[in-house]
Design a protein around this ligand. Structure first.
Ligand SMILES: Nc1nc2c(ncn2[C@@H]2O[C@H](COP(=O)(O)OP(=O)(O)OP(=O)(O)O)[C@@H](O)[C@H]2O)c(=O)[nH]1
Ligand SMILES: [Mg+2]
Length: 381
């Protein structure tokens, strides 16, 4: 236990030790983590607190699962699934019906939508599934309402669109949503620590890149034990702290791209609230009106953009370009395209010709490892 922790810490710890519900325990742990000063001498403690929080989250999720997680699962369709997440009555259903083919109930009171509801949005010949998640409220991640089940529906998506009602204290909504998402282990627009952990059947712990972590080998090993890892290859690829290793070990953390939407821009008080919000938070806000459809084209473009997808058009030699395009992740190669069409084709392919942004001249010959770009046309040989 590091010395010179402030007295508030011990008060919070007292709360933790006497807490009766998981909710109270989680709050006390969060408080302890906030209070612990950040320096070398407290890294062990911070990592341990994170580990305790991860365990609690696991318990809470198990309970939520029993309550009905299954029926909140929406089967993925299209190139990607994007969750529309916001507080009750912010206009998620109105957005869903303006952006997609879904026909949904819209009403001026909270909790109109009671289960995740999908719709299909088209952008540039790509089908993207939007899923309205019923309203998130303060305390959702601690078990309030169907909170944990709703948040796990959001975890299941490939990307998240946060919706704020600009006419009604958007800054407060923003902070509530951020807190709930963070607590439920959904990290927005962040990258996971670059640490690879490969569990093994035996052989103990092997660590590569130990000089990059601000901790001793025995500290690393005892943290791994805390997470039940006794046999593994751990490769540390960037400078990091013990706390970051703790995050890398927490298998329930998910990392998602996210866009922030301010809705109801058409209402009189919204513009002023928007300007204030823009001054006070660092994230960019896409201001729209689901009702008048103002700025919805930009929103579609942003949603497509955050997903890091590329469209690739295929053709046979001498044939016509096939539509719609195949959709892949950024960084995909000619071989990935061939595999999507047929494994046989992927095996027998000798080369490809490509037209578009990834090549210097039209119809260029490339190999199977060639990395494609959005809008490319590919002819497989
Ligand atoms: N003026 C204005 N009203 C809007 C806009 N979007 C939604 N509304 C209104 O806001 C109210 C709530 O809209 P919904 O789309 O049902 O909101 P929701 O977020 O789906 O609500 P829940 O499902 O209950 O969480 C309705 O009265 C809508 O007509 C908008 O862009 N401008
Ligand atoms: Mg709704």
């Amino acid at each position: 236990m590091p010395a010179n922790l402030p007295p508030e810490y011990f008060r919070a710890e007292e709360k933790y030790l006497t807490a009766r519900s998981t909710e109270e325990k989680m709050k006390a742990l969060e408080e302890m983590l906030r209070i612990v000063p950040k320096h070398k001498g407290t890294e062990n403690l911070r990592a341990l607190l994170k580990r305790r929080m991860a365990k609690l989250k696991e318990e809470m999720e198990k309970k939520a699962g029993k309550k009905g997680g299954e029926r909140f699962y929406v089967k993925k369709e299209g190139a990607a699934q994007v969750a529309l997440l916001g507080m009750p009555n912010c206009g998620k259903s109105t957005l869903l019906s303006s952006l997609t083919n879904a026909r949904v109930e819209i009403a001026n009171y909270p909790f109109t939508t009671l289960k995740p509801t999908p719709g299909m949005m088209e952008f540039n010949e790509v089908q993207i599934q939007l899923v309205e998640i019923p309203g998130i409220i303060r305390g959702a991640s601690l078990g309030k309402g169907m909170g944990p089940a709703l948040l796990s529906a959001a975890r299941n998506s490939d990307g998240i669109t946060l919706v704020l009602d600009l006419s009604n204290d958007p800054e407060e909504q923003y902070h509530i949503l951020m807190e709930e998402l963070n607590r439920s282990g959904i990290r927005l627009n962040e990258n996971p620590p670059n640490i690879k952990i490969e569990r093994r059947g035996s052989g103990g712990i092997e660590i590569r890149g130990l000089n990059k972590i601000r901790a001793t080998e025995s500290e690393v090993i005892s943290l791994l034990r805390e997470y039940g890892v006794y046999n593994a290859l751990v490769v540390i690829n960037e400078k990091c702290s013990l706390e970051e290793l703790s995050e890398a070990l927490d298998e329930r953390l998910v990392y998602r791209r996210c866009r922030l939407v301010g809705n109801k821009l058409d209402l009189p008080e919204s513009k002023r609230n928007l300007r204030k919000l823009e001054r006070n938070i660092k994230d960019e806000i896409i201001a729209v009106s689901a009702k008048t459809k103002e700025n919805l084209e930009r929103l579609k473009r942003e949603i497509f953009g955050m997903l890091n997808l590329i469209r690739v058009y295929t053709k046979t030699p001498g044939g016509k370009i096939r539509r719609p395009p195949v959709v892949l992740r950024k960084g995909a190669t000619v071989e990935d395209v061939a595999k999507l069409i047929h494994s046989e084709i992927a095996r027998n392919m000798r080369f490809a010709r490509v037209w578009g942004n990834s090549v210097k001249y039209p119809g260029q010959h490339v190999g199977r490892d060639h990395v494609l770009m959005d809008g490319d046309v590919v002819e497989l040989h």
